[in-house]
Design a protein. Structure first.
Length: 141
């Protein structure tokens, strides 16, 4: 009898676990992989899809200039965003930002949020992750 109860409990636990996984998968936003912080972090594949759709203004916030991802609209160092705000579209615009590793773009996302931008995505791992996924970095313009 004890073995039958244990199997029943294991089956119940499995059903609950599968339900949790299914709920998590069904609430997945195809554009977002992590919503922590002021920007949604995207893996390279999702970020590439964003660039292909031309749905966002793309900003390279890395300094010093070490190249860029094809489709970048402007390069503004993370610590110059406020001073160069005139080079950005209006606050209601959708932005995609990146840097080399993700550290500068994390700071840039905070600055952009303070400037009023509330729809920003960031490349998780930056250009390093982009290259690691088999994608190319273009030389600086």
């Amino acid at each position: 009898m004890g073995c039958v109860k244990l199997r029943g409990l294991l089956a119940l636990a499995l059903v609950v676990l599968l339900g949790v996984v299914a709920a998590a998968c069904s609430s997945y936003d195809s554009e977002s992989s992590d919503s922590a912080g002021p920007a949604r972090l995207l893996e390279p594949t999702a970020y590439a899809a964003i660039l292909e759709s031309n749905a966002r203004f793309v900003v390279n916030v890395h300094t010093p200039d070490e190249g860029q991802i094809a489709g970048t609209d402007v390069a503004i160092p993370f610590d110059e965003l406020e001073q160069r705000a005139s080079e950005l579209p209006g606050e209601r615009s959708k932005l995609a930002i990146y840097c080399m590793s993700g550290n500068m773009s994390e700071t840039a996302a905070q600055t952009l949020a303070a400037m009023g931008y509330d729809d920003v995505v960031d490349l998780r791992g930056g250009m390093e992750a982009w290259q690691a996924s088999g994608r190319e970095i273009q030389p600086s313009a």
